[in-house]
Design a protein around this ligand. Structure first.
Ligand SMILES: Nc1nc2c(ncn2[C@@H]2O[C@H](COP(=O)(O)OP(=O)(O)O)[C@@H](O)[C@H]2O)c(=O)[nH]1
Ligand SMILES: [Mg+2]
Length: 369
């Protein structure tokens, strides 16, 4: 038996490939939409993937016990099992789509539809909801007979939601200065979040914290950070160019933590982040946290990701959750970028309105608001 996958921009094209290679006898066992892996792939149009099987009578039925010693056969069986599972998951998903269409006319409401609606109600994208459901089916959870799936959903989501922050580094006593950049669009809360972080790590953890701002376009921006530095009583350096930035780093050589505040770009001006890239390339910072506004539309957030991720973002910060009502986008963001979430900002108060991200409360936030 020969099992092969074919990808093309349409089902018809993929089927043409099947026909050409395997002939008319081939059986089509699965048709699905696929996205290339990684962030780049996310922005590419989806491809259609067709899985075809060609029975070849000359091959022994591979489930015979004799074959169990054969590594390749074992692998084949595993592959087949996986395929059956994914086929089941896909069939179930297709049935939800059918149910969705029907339920809009007010009739059918199966358990899968309920889960999907619950997930979509969080504001997450249909793709993400499908990924969770596929995983639930894949794990063999009896979706037909259970009524509540909260624990199961949470455990599947936990596979995606990774959290980490400077906290781990802080606890293990930082040797040389850990340089942390905060990047993101204008007004998303970078400066405020730096003030919260600086207060937290200087006042509560007794670390030596220095601030550098390279956001020198507006006097107000510099003054805003300077004011916070004065209140917290930590040093601040203003770097108008690369040379001054290098000097500032040198001056802060003995610090534990250095936060670098950067100029945002407006949503419409995302292309011009070249200058930020230059600062980042002088000396690769230990961490680059991208601040994302919880109440932004997913379409806009995707544009922000596309602009900033290539700069070498290592963590995500979800800000202004107090101004939003649903948080499904957070799941989309984590799933799309595969990056850990570090902090959640929930208001203007410094330093109170900042929480360390942890998977359980993040999932709770996404599901329950
Ligand atoms: N509601 C709310 N407002 C915030 C939050 N973080 C920052 N802000 C406010 O958003 C505005 C812009 O914040 P700022 O830190 O200057 O953004 P930046 O341009 O990214 O540096 C200020 O008025 C902040 O007080 C938050 O988590 N929730
Ligand atoms: Mg700012």
């Amino acid at each position: 038996m020969q099992v092969k996958k074919y990808r093309a921009s349409s089902v018809k094209e993929a089927l043409d490939q099947v026909k050409k290679e395997l002939g008319n006898e081939a059986l089509i066992i699965e048709t699905r939409k696929v996205k290339s892996k990684g962030l780049k792939g996310f922005f590419k149009p989806a491809l259609m993937e067709v899985t075809a099987v060609l029975e070849t009578p000359s091959v022994q039925p591979f489930l015979l016990p004799r074959a169990s010693s054969d590594e390749n056969t074992k692998k084949e069986i595993e592959k087949l099992k996986e395929m059956v599972k994914s086929l089941q998951a896909q069939t179930a998903l297709n049935s939800i789509n059918v149910e969705e269409k029907r339920s809009s006319s007010g009739s059918l409401e199966g358990p899968l539809t309920k889960i999907k609606l619950k997930l979509l109600n969080t504001g997450m994208e249909s793709d993400s909801a499908d990924a969770i459901i596929r995983e639930l089916i894949y794990e063999g959870i009896d979706l037909e007979n259970a009524t509540e799936f909260n624990e199961e959903i949470k455990s599947v989501m936990k596979k995606y939601v990774k959290c980490s922050s400077i906290e781990a580094k802080v606890k293990s006593k930082i040797q040389k200065p850990t340089v942390v950049f905060l990047v993101g669009t204008t007004g998303v809360g970078k400066t405020t979040t730096i003030a919260k972080l600086a207060a937290r790590y200087h006042l509560e953890e007794n670390l030596k914290v220095g601030l550098i701002t390279v956001d020198t376009y507006r006097i107000a921006a510099v003054e805003q950070l300077r004011t916070y530095a004065e209140i917290i009583n930590i040093p601040i350096e203003v770097a108008y160019n690369k040379e001054e930035y290098v000097k500032a780093l040198r001056r802060f050589e003995n610090m534990d933590l250095i936060f670098v505040d950067t100029a945002g770009r407006s949503q419409k001006n995302l292309a011009q982040i070249g200058e930020l890239r230059e600062f980042l390339s002088i000396k690769k910072p230990e961490e680059v946290h991208l601040v994302l506004n919880a109440s932004c539309r997913m379409e806009d957030l995707k544009a922000v990701l596309a602009a900033f991720i290539p700069l070498g973002v290592t963590h995500l910060i979800y800000s202004k959750v107090d101004e939003s009502k649903s948080y499904g986008s957070l799941f989309d963001l984590i799933r799309m970028t595969n990056l850990p979430l570090s902090y959640i900002a929930s208001g203007q108060r410094v330093p109170e309105d900042l929480d360390l991200a942890d998977p359980d409360s993040v999932i709770e936030l996404i599901l329950e608001g």
